[in-house]
Design a protein around this ligand. Sequence first.
Ligand code: PLP
Length: 397
Amino acid sequence: MRLSSRAQMISPSPTLAIDAKAKEMKSRGISVIGFGAGEPDFDTPDHIKEAAVAAVWGGMTKYTPVAGTNELREAICQKFKIDQGLDYKLAQIVVSAGAKHSLYNAIQVLVQSGDEVILPSPYWVSYLEQIKLAGAEARFVETREDNDFKLTPAELEAAINSRTKLLILNSPSNPTGAVYSEIELEALGEVIIKHDITVISDEIYEKLIYDDTRHVSIASLSQELKERTVVINGVSKAYAMTGWRIGYAAATTSVASAMADLQSHSTSNPTSIAQAASTVALTGEQEPVSRMVAEYTRRRDYALDRLRAIPGITCTKPDGAFYLFPNVKNCFGKSFKGKIINNASDLAAILLDETQVAVVPGLAFGNDDYLRISYAISMDGLKEGLDRINSLISELK
Ligand code: PLP
């Protein structure tokens, strides 16, 4: 049976491939340290689980409106108002099966064959595949480590041409942890308005933000930017709810209704029970989020110090999300037990085979000079994994 050209275009997720290999090693009794995870290691808070149980017994087990229950969409509108000062109507909110699904719907309704989408690199791996699935083309813009991997207005403007339709911004960023400030977003906003392009602002890590960094949504900066932005968010990362599959988008009424129409012919509404739990996640006590953020901060500080102490490794300080993105270029040209390291993928393979530490090579995010290390792992795991990385790198010849 022949697959469609669309299906043949899709690359399997390299992050999931690393994860699968690590899990397979674990199942053989090998002590693997998994730095590959893109999900919180915490459990979903109890009050959210209880809301789901109550929803089951309360009969919330039927189809809901395609774009989500009124209760959840009201909670989302309220969240936007409180956190970002943004006013959205219910008709501007579409709830989907995870932020990844929201992104898929948004990209499908915004771009088509012949269009270009600006993708600042390093980028989260699914953006590229979703752009290709919509028939559009990605125009990569390499960001610089010495600018904390943030796109500058000049870089953005240089990448725009007559085919440019869309820019994808992700703040806090996966994989770099970079967070754009209000001033930086304003400067990008001027270019966006000048060239009248649309922005997808992926804010899924909004709540996982450290020290005195403030999260700003580009949509909140002006009416002109709000009208050009589709905000993507969800409950997966902030509330440790990756398995519940609830994400959402806020957009103009016409974009939101196109996304809901598309969803009406694919998945229909996301799970009614998970929607009830997500309503409580957004409206209930937020103390569990603060507790998780405090623990992520402790781990980030520890892991950053350890990585920076390894000779040859440089690493920017992430202000959000739960990843470190160390530059390992100084290891290239060296070898371990005769295996030469030419790029981060080689190093990641040696780390997994020789020390049983699973990290994701930067190739997955468009730059193979880096590794992505997730600190959504216990402090003990973090210590052990960094010990192993440190001793392998010091043994390179
Ligand atoms: N956007 C980014 C940048 C992510 O890292 C992820 C998950 O890894 C998602 C979106 C998808 O989140 P969800 O689990 O809600 O689909």
